[in-house]
Design a protein around this ligand. Sequence first.
Ligand code: NIG
Ligand code: FE
Length: 400
Amino acid sequence: MSDLAIRNIGQLVTNDPDRDGLVGAIERAAVAVRNGIVAWVGSDVDFPHAFASLPSMDVEGRGVVPGFVDAHSHAVYAGDRSAEHAMRLAGASYEEIQAAGGGIYATVSATRASSLHELVMASHDRIERMLRTGTTTLEVKTGYGLDLATERKMVDAIDAIDASLALDIVPTLLAHVVDRDYADDRDAYVEEFTGSILPVLADRVDFVDVFCDSIAFSVEETERIIDVARSLGLAVRLHVDQLSRTGGTRLAASVGAVAADHLDHATEDDLDALAAAGTVAVLVPGVSLMMREPFPDARKFLDRGIPVAVATDCNPGTSPIETMPFVVAMAANLCHMSVEQAVWSATAGGAMALGLDDRGVIAEGKLGDLVILDAPSYHHLAYRPDGALVQRIIKRGQPV
Ligand code: NIG
Ligand code: FE
């Protein structure tokens, strides 16, 4: 918890709905943070005397945006699947690789074989890189354990990394795929997940997520998992209609999921249902890039009034992408989003997708999580996709 005045900001993105435009930008701005919480935001010339004694940082006309909120990741895992990517480039499909025991199952084997210490070592540097590119809040899913012991080890690893790095991690228990040992009795695996894994780990995570898709869980199986999660007081987010349309988007709407992610094969009617439910759509353009699939068209969501977040989906299979500035650039250049919308979706939108109302916005009372850009304006995030644009990160008023 820290005190800090950030002065001489060239352009500040606030995302404050009480200011003009989607991102509420202020030119020549300043921010005061007290005890880690934003205490004042405005024009630098109006900086109040009351905050004159705070330690002060002159950012010399740089642009500042809220810390990125990456609302979808699988950033804790062991092993290396780069060879699978080369196989996909040579023509193999994601589904074929998984059916042959690779894909998610390859990461499950490597994660099971790792000690807690090895798993933490394998994931810590990756998550530290995410922090260094401006992610101040990161959702991380389990799902590479499938059995209780390894799912618990993943939660332990998430907690250890959360404690050792300045960013906040939001943990999610993910029902990813059916354990191969249960291939002939899927029901028994759903029973195992809902009866043994969920109840034991429920109070250590904030959400339950289910991969509802052709190679993972059916709509009916997903419903069973959601019912138990709900009875344990857990909020729900879902992977839906990614590889094919199985009806997951409809299910997310009908159960009032906080977020529905991927959504590539959702129909117009599915999206109407999602809009009525108020569920946040989380788009993951890194998956489109790495799987050579069409990029999502954000207008289909925004025109219906669906709030849109963008996230890395950082994982060893479909999106080994770590940096939110790159996701903003993809969102703006490839997903039909305005620059403002892309920046909003990577910050305020991410916070909304995690049900967090204390961040993603720079306004009085919100967390002092800010990213100082090595550029005068947020426009550069979309304009320079390979730029090293993050100069400095402030987490709860404390320079990282
Ligand atoms: O979000 N869709 C399911 N899970 C991940 C992929 C996980 C993996 O391939 O390891 C995803 O795309
Ligand atoms: Fe995912």
